[in-house]
Design a protein around this ligand. Structure first.
Ligand code: NAD
Length: 341
């Protein structure tokens, strides 16, 4: 199968590309990525290392570039997005353009070119606070209503429902996944866990929004991309129009994460610094993964304790990768490292 992977030079996309190259020798990949601050070819295997990987630098809002790239592909796995909640609070424009309009452009091209599978990578942020219809806190199920609380989440919810409508209206074989928070190698250090790891290592405060009791279900990126690969390679039409939560049932608060990272690195808990909470900050994200387990037998395998240990080691040993990011984005990264999470 030839797979068009949008956003394949970002964190999850690049881990997905590696996973496919390592585990599905019959598949070829075309990465389509504009390379924003969050995308980097250094996240991918060298383009000269295998004929199975190729790359186009372009915007998913560019209809012509998208149509050309999709020609000859069998499936689309759509990761490309503006992804940082804090940035969406400062300005939502790029989020609407890329996440909503860009997804529309891809769906239209996929419809015209009769793609065999369109995997839309959504997020549990679309649910807002995890709760039942009567307001009781519990993990979100796929049939819960969408109550996004940030412009980022709203833009993802818009694209998520648009993708669903392309299955309902045109029969495009769309499958939607809503994953919980990911962590692991190649994550840009503005996100919580790499930010805490780097600040801990480099002696800066670990800035925590509010009381630090906001909780998320943390999934290692390897588990997430393994689930996506199972969905992608399901040959029948039973996945068309289906939505699947992907999570690891490992809920942890921000404060617990900061404390664990400091302890693992033998640093003082005094590096923890509470900062003013952000608007619309979701108190609890958690997903119920019964559906993907019952339908496909998939479940996460990597425990948080093991995954975070490996991730800390990864950031300690991949100094060239970090140096490359710092060289390109130093000023911007410094301000990201001081914001709360
Ligand atoms: P990321 O920010 O690391 O990477 C996004 C990639 O998209 C980058 O390579 C960037 O260059 C590319 N991109 C952005 N705008 C583009 C455009 N207009 N045209 C082409 N490429 C563009 O993001 P990530 O954390 O890897 O997330 C990937 C996807 O997974 C996103 O859709 C996100 O909403 C979703 N998701 C992420 C998480 C998480 O915890 N990181 C959880 C659930 C879902």
């Amino acid at each position: 199968m030839r797979i068009l992977v949008t956003g394949g030079a970002g964190f999850i996309g690049s881990n997905f590309v590696r996973y496919i190259l390592d585990n599905y020798p019959e598949d070829d990949i075309l990465v389509f990525d504009i390379l924003t601050y969050a995308g980097d070819l250094a996240n991918l295997p060298s383009l000269t290392s295998t004929h199975r990987l190729s790359f186009i630098q372009a915007n998913i809002c560019d209809e012509q570039a998208v149509a050309q790239a999709m020609a000859g592909c069998d499936a689309v796995v759509h990761f490309a997005a503006e992804t940082h909640v804090d940035r969406s609070l400062l300005s939502a424009q790029d989020f609407i353009a890329t996440n909503v309009q860009g997804t529309y452009v891809l769906l239209e091209a996929a419809r015209k070119q009769h793609m065999q599978r369109f995997l839309y990578i959504s997020t549990d942020e679309v649910y807002g606070n995890a709760c039942s219809p009567d307001g009781m806190s519990r993990p979100s199920v796929e049939t819960d209503s969408l109550r996004p609380l940030s412009p980022y989440a709203a833009s993802k919810a818009g694209a998520d429902t648009l993708a669903f409508s392309y299955w309902a209206s045109y029969g495009l074989p769309v499958t939607i996944t809503r994953s919980s928070n990911n962590y692991g190698p190649y994550q840009y250090p503005e996100k919580q866990l790499p930010l805490f790891i780097l600040n801990a290592l480099e002696g800066r405060p670990l800035p925590i929004y509010g009381d630090g009791q906001h909780s998320r279900d943390w999934i290692h990126v390897y588990d997430h991309v393994a689930a996506l690969s199972v969905l992608l390679h399901q040959a029948d039409s039973s996945l068309d129009g289906q939505i699947f939560n992907i999570g690891a049932d490992q809920e942890r608060t921000t404060l617990e994460n900061a404390a664990l990272i400091l302890k693992s690195l033998e640093k003082s808990a005094e590096q923890i610094s509470f900062v003013q909470d952000r608007p619309g900050h979701v108190r609890r994200h958690a997903v119920d993964t019964t559906k993907i387990y019952q339908q496909l037998g998939w479940q996460a395998r990597i425990s948080f304790d093991e995954g975070i240990k490996q991730t800390i080691e990864w950031y300690q040993t991949h100094t060239d990768w970090l140096a490359g990011i710092k060289e390109k984005h130093n000023e911007f990264l410094q301000s990201a490292l001081q914001r709360g999470t």
